[in-house]
Ligand binder design. Structure first.
Ligand code: ADP
Ligand code: MG
Length: 247
C-alpha cells in the first residue's frame, strides 16, 4: 500500500484530566507514541478510552494536561485545523447515507482541504483504490458491507493526509467475517509508518501490531509497555484480571 506517511508525527498525552460534572472520567492520563509507532489502548468498558481519543483530536477539551504533536502543544490550535492533522475512525463509520461513497470522500476534501472538484475526485479515487474499493465509488454506503463501509471511512480519513490516526473500536460493529479485512488494512497502515492510537478489543491485533499496549482503567493508564510485557508479564492485578477475562 502506498500511503504517504512522511508527515507522521509523535504524539504525547501528558497528565490529561477531564470531568463530566462530578464524574472524573480522565484522571491523569499519560501516553507516548513515537513517530510511526502504533499504540493499542485496551481496558474495560467505561474506563475512558473513547474520551481519551476525543481529547486528542479535541472533540473535547481536557480540563488539565497537554496533548503534543512532535513535542508541540496543540491545545492552543484551531480545533478544525487539528482535526485535519489527526484523523479519527469510529465504530459506527459515520458515513453520510444519502451520498455516494466517492462523494463522502470528496466532500471532506473540499471542505477541509479546500480542494477543487477535479482534484478532490482524483484523490478520492486514489484512496478508494488503496482500500480496495475503487469499484464502489458510485454506490451508496447502505449497499456496502459493514467492512467495506469502514474501509471507506478509513480512506476518507487518510485522504485528508493526517499525521496521526485514531481508531475507536473500528471493528466492534462488524460481523465477525468482516473484521479481518479491516484489521488487515489497519496493520498495513501501521507497517507503513502511520502514527496510530488504536482502541480495540482485538487482543491478537494488539499483540501482533502494537509497539506499545496501554491498559486503561478508571481514567488512567495503569500499565503500558511492549505487547509481550503487557500480555505475558502483566504486573498490575487489575490488568491480569482483565486479561484473564478477554484472552
Ligand atoms: P470507554 O470508551 O472506555 O468505554 P468512555 O470514554 O466512553 O469509556 O466513557 C468513560 C466514562 O465517561 C463513562 O462512564 C461514560 O458514561 C462517561 N461519559 C462519556 N462521555 C460522556 C459525556 N459526554 N457526558 C457525560 N459522561 C460521559
Ligand atoms: Mg469507547
Amino acid at each position: 500500500m502506498s500511503i504517504d506517511t512522511t508527515t507522521s508525527v509523535s504524539l504525547s498525552v501528558r497528565d490529561v484530566h477531564l470531568a463530566f460534572g462530578a464524574h472524573r472520567v480522565l484522571r491523569g492520563v499519560d501516553l507516548d507514541v513515537a513517530r510511526g509507532a502504533t499504540a493499542c489502548v485496551i481496558g474495560p468498558s467505561g474506563s475512558g478510552k473513547s474520551t481519551l481519543l476525543r481529547t486528542i483530536n479535541r472533540l473535547i477539551e481536557p480540563d488539565r494536561g497537554d496533548v503534543l504533536l512532535d513535542g508541540r502543544s496543540v491545545l492552543g490550535d484551531d480545533p478544525d485545523a487539528l482535526r485535519q492533522r489527526v484523523g479519527m475512525v469510529f465504530q459506527q463509520f459515520n458515513l453520510f447515507p444519502h451520498m455516494s461513497v466517492l462523494r463522502n470522500i470528496t466532500l471532506a476534501l473540499r471542505r477541509i482541504r479546500k480542494l477543487g472538484e477535479d482534484e478532490a475526485v482524483a484523490l478520492a479515487r486514489d484512496h478508494l483504490e488503496l482500500v480496495g474499493l475503487a469499484a464502489k465509488a458510485d454506490a451508496r454506503p447502505a449497499h456496502l458491507s459493514g467492512g467495506q463501509q469502514q474501509r471507506v471511512a478509513i480512506a476518507r480519513a487518510l485522504a485528508l493526509r493526517p499525521q496521526v490516526m485514531l481508531f475507536d473500536e473500528a471493528t466492534s460493529a462488524l460481523d465477525p467475517e468482516l473484521v479481518k479485512g479491516v484489521l488487515g488494512l489497519m496493520a498495513e497502515l501501521s507497517a507503513g509508518g502511520m502514527t496510530m492510537v488504536v482502541v480495540t478489543h482485538e487482543m491478537g491485533f494488539a499483540r501482533e501490531v502494537a509497539d506499545t499496549v496501554a491498559f486503561m482503567d478508571r481514567g488512567v493508564v495503569l500499565e503500558a509497555g511492549e505487547p509481550a510485557a503487557v500480555f505475558e508479564r502483566a504486573e498490575h492485578p487489575r490488568l491480569r484480571r482483565f486479561l484473564s477475562q478477554v484472552l
